[in-house]
Design a protein around this ligand. Sequence first.
Ligand code: ADP
Length: 416
Amino acid sequence: MAIDESPSYFFSPWPDRLRHSAIILLAAGFALAVLVAFGGLSPILAGAVFVCIAAAALVPWRLHNAVTSREDVRGVNPVETAAVSAVVAGMPDPAVLLDRAGRVIHLNAAAAQLAPALRKNELAQFALRSPEIISALREAIATTESRRATYLDHVTVFGGTDKCMLMTFHDQTPLRRVEEMRADFVANASHELRTPLAALSGFIDTLQGPAKDDVRARERFLGIMHTQATRMARLIDDLLSLSRVELSAHVRPDTLVDLVPIIRQVADGLEPLARERQVSVNIDLPDGPVLIAGDREELLRLFENLIENALKYGASGGKVIVSLNSANSGEGAPEIRVTVRDFGPGIAPEHLPRLTERFYRVDVGDSRAQGGTGLGLSLVKHILNRHRGRLLIESVPKNGATFTAAFPQAKTPATV
Ligand code: ADP
């Protein structure tokens, strides 16, 4: 950050120095010539005086340079250079460079946006509103040591030297949000596990105690225990699938898979549930293969969740239609769309934006009664994200729901 004080004049070659001193030499020569002409000075003496002046002019004095560099030090603070300004401007977080008194030397656009009252050459103490930040700034001024303050999810750090201080702000809101989400997730998952676990241990107590010799009660309780154990297993299964998909979220699947047999396999697997719920499943798929870059296991999981939801929550409609089409996305990119439509009670519009949140259910009791975990659509969204696809949900209450999984069309050799 120090300015270049190299004495260029000092090191310049003598013809340059001669050029710099030309005016002095000319003036001296002229004055001496006049004195000689009017007899005031003998030519020899005049010649000697001129040689002295010329020698003095050509001596590599640092005088000229020393003066300018002293001016630089006095007039332009080394931290006020364009280079320092560029560094501050280029910092991604809001940053303000201050002198030791707290006067603003440079600030970047992000800092100006965060604290619009900050002005160059004015004291930052008067422009900042947070008492925490102001007192940290005062301490940094007094001690020349780094200080850190937190205000409204922003961490402010002051670091400095004996000449200047750098004040940077770091927004911790996203970090905090992730922490909150993680805490919520753990709380929800524990709660979901605790409920069936409590039921299981309750029935174990009953079977060991009052219902010890009651064969009918034992049969009934064992049936309930089986359901609860299945629910726990399903929850753990969904949690593991979710964490697996999240871990590989940034790795896009690169194997080409055919969607048609995958959808058929899922529909076949869900036939017993469809029969139990008395729902007819119409499958409308093309004859030929439909290829996308995908992960087969994840796609099985995705369609299983969508079709199973339609069978569970839309059973009253008696019919589910699964179809596959190609269409163009909003941006005009070709897409493969798999649509699962049911004719059940549908979903009220206020729930639609939240359906893919973990553990979000429209009706918790209904979901639990259906063996749901509240993680299905969240998993669907994550799988689609990994496949660079998207989930579209449309619903007219009392007239069913339509869930569409849209995938970007695979770049097969023919389409590249
Ligand atoms: P769950 O394990 O509870 O089924 P999901 O994430 O799959 O969890 O679904 C979240 C909620 O969305 C469900 O609890 C249900 O209330 C609602 N839902 C999902 N699919 C449908 C549908 N086809 N019709 C009506 N509601 C649905």
